[in-house]
Design a protein around this ligand. Structure first.
Ligand code: FMN
Length: 320
């Protein structure tokens, strides 16, 4: 059992701003995801009592385990935010993750996210400060470096600061999402520290997870983009990791999951949920030829019941 993930080879849902809400997290859990993360939440917003920021902490009724990701660069404020999260969520909070990898300009220009990779001493102080107050394990998600390859020395700083585990997305900040994830960086970090190392980046199927584990020795994997429109990827990876066969859902099952997603988001968020759903739906139709007309129809749907109807009606016209 790997603390803090309560699994031998955890398969985690990555934090994804704008996507990993209560509804999507529940869908991923239903397919075997071991633990899901909130999107990155501003420590400043939380400690200033910003209502919108606080809403990121609302959990589903049956969501009994959550990892909360915080971003910020001030050690005391990060610690205050961690305390606030722990008080608010109680035993449902299983770990606090610190974002040191976000490449977005508006984040790094404040010294947050991957900008911390240029300030390793401060990064270490943040981990120490949060560790001092957190009742749950503290982990850090970071990148290969800002522009160069500094992840090994950075990982050692995080470990010395008391991080309980780390997760590496081995692209540099300057690469953003271009190129491919450099697995050698995960292997080098794994060899350099004693805490668990989660591998992240470009894992798109069960075989990718198995080969990442074999090539890097990582202790678990975190799945981001490949879970969009494919929450069943967790079942696929779990099967692959256990060496068991896996049958991909058929098109009808896939579209039924998309319809369920629509119904749940409408139930939780009302009509606004359907606006948010528009980002997810194209992912469910990815790779489906002749889906352009369906996409258009779905955008015009007035409610989740219509979305279900359009999705299932379309089965006869869809070819994959
Ligand atoms: C739309 C989107 C939003 C993201 N938001 C976050 C975030 O809030 N926090 C974070 O640490 N990483 C965030 N990421 C990065 C992912 O967690 C992950 O590290 C990255 O996508 C690489 O993994 P993948 O190849 O499995 O997608 C985001 C990525 C995407 C595509």
């Amino acid at each position: 059992m790997i603390e803090p993930y309560a699994s031998d080879f955890p398969v985690l849902l990555a934090p994804m701003a704008g996507y990993t809400d209560v509804v999507f997290r529940a869908l991923c859990r239903s397919f075997g995801c071991d633990l899901s993360f909130t999107e990155m939440i501003s420590a400043k917003g939380l400690t200033f009592g910003n209502v919108k920021t606080g809403e990121y902490l609302s959990l589903g009724e049956d969501e009994d385990a959550i990892a909360v990701q915080l971003f910020g660069h001030e050690p005391d404020r990060m610690a205050d935010a961690a305390k606030l999260v722990a008080d608010r969520l109680g035993p449902r909070l299983v770990l606090i993750d610190l974002n040191m990898g976000c490449p977005a300009q508006k984040i790094v220009s404040n010294g947050d996210g991957s900008a911390l990779m240029n300030a390793p001493a401060l990064a270490g102080q943040i981990v120490e400060a949060v560790k001092r107050v957190s009742p749950v394990p503290v982990t850090v998600k970071f990148r290969k470096g800002w522009n160069g390859d500094t992840c090994v020395s950075f990982a050692k700083v995080l470990e010395a600061g008391g991080a309980d585990a780390i997760c590496l997305h081995p692209r540099t900040r300057m690469q953003q999402y271009s190129g491919t994830a450099d697995r050698s960086a995960i292997r080098r970090v794994k060899e350099a520290v004693r805490i668990p190392v989660i591998g992240n980046g470009d894992v798109a199927c069960g075989a990718d997870a198995v080969s990442m584990r074999a090539e890097t020795g990582c202790d678990g994997v975190m799945i981001g983009r490949a879970a969009l429109g494919r929450p069943w990827i967790f079942a696929e990876i779990k099967a692959a990791a256990a060496g068991e066969p896996y049958a991909e859902p058929g098109m009808k099952e896939k579209l039924t999951v998309a319809a369920m997603h629509a119904e749940r988001i409408e139930a939780v968020k009302g009509p606004h949920g359907l606006v948010e759903l528009r980002k997810h739906l194209p992912h469910y139709l990815h790779g489906v030829r002749g889906a352009a007309a369906l996409r258009q129809r779905l955008n015009e749907a007035k409610n989740a019941a219509e979305i279900r109807e359009f999705l299932l009606d379309s089965l006869e016209n869809i070819t994959i």
